[in-house]
Design a protein around this ligand. Structure first.
Ligand SMILES: Nc1ncnc2c1ncn2[C@@H]1O[C@H](COP(=O)(O)OP(=O)(O)O)[C@@H](O)[C@H]1O
Ligand SMILES: [Mg+2]
Length: 142
């Protein structure tokens, strides 16, 4: 996979394939930001990456703000959708999560709180085309 990577997927299985290819190049310390409207597949994409790491308990962290999973990799999975103030993130120890270089961090709705985002990261943009079709763009920053 070369970056920027851009494709149109026709169904979930094609999204899964992209996520699996992407999973192969991630390593501990990597941060992945996911942007795209509700229902475009941010959680689905994280699920597919985690499933490639034999982690099957993935669910949307939109209420919990952060979920943690461990198997071959340690994963922190954030969702900023319900965060109203940056301080809410610091209250739950956001910096400690980000400084844990043994973990891979995913952040859904990252664009809502731009001031806390790392410069070095991957950004996944998902766009709805129709019920099963999505455009996927993945950029590598730094
Ligand atoms: N090609 C596709 N890629 C990803 N999700 C898809 C695709 N086609 C249909 N879907 C469906 O779209 C929905 C995406 O939901 P979700 O991952 O929760 O979105 P988000 O986290 O962006 O709000 C799921 O119900 C999934 O089954
Ligand atoms: Mg989601």
């Amino acid at each position: 996979m070369n970056f920027p990577f851009q494709t149109v997927v026709n169904d979930e299985s094609e999204t899964k394939k992209v996520a699996e290819d992407f999973s192969l190049l991630l390593k501990a310390g990597d941060k992945i930001l996911l942007n795209g409207e509700l229902g475009t597949g941010k959680t689905f994409f994280v699920k597919c990456v985690c499933s490639a790491y034999k982690i099957n308990a993935v669910s949307s962290p939109s209420f919990s703000i952060v979920n943690e999973y461990t198997n071959h990799h340690k994963i922190y999975h954030f969702d900023f959708y319900r965060i109203k103030k940056t301080v809410e993130l610091y209250d739950i120890g956001f910096e400690d999560y980000m400084n844990d270089n043994n973990a891979i961090v995913f952040i859904e709705w990252a664009e809502l709180i731009p001031e806390v985002l790392p410069e070095k990261c991957y950004t996944v943009f998902l766009k709805y085309i129709d019920e099963n079709k999505r455009e996927i763009l993945i950029k590598k920053n730094n």
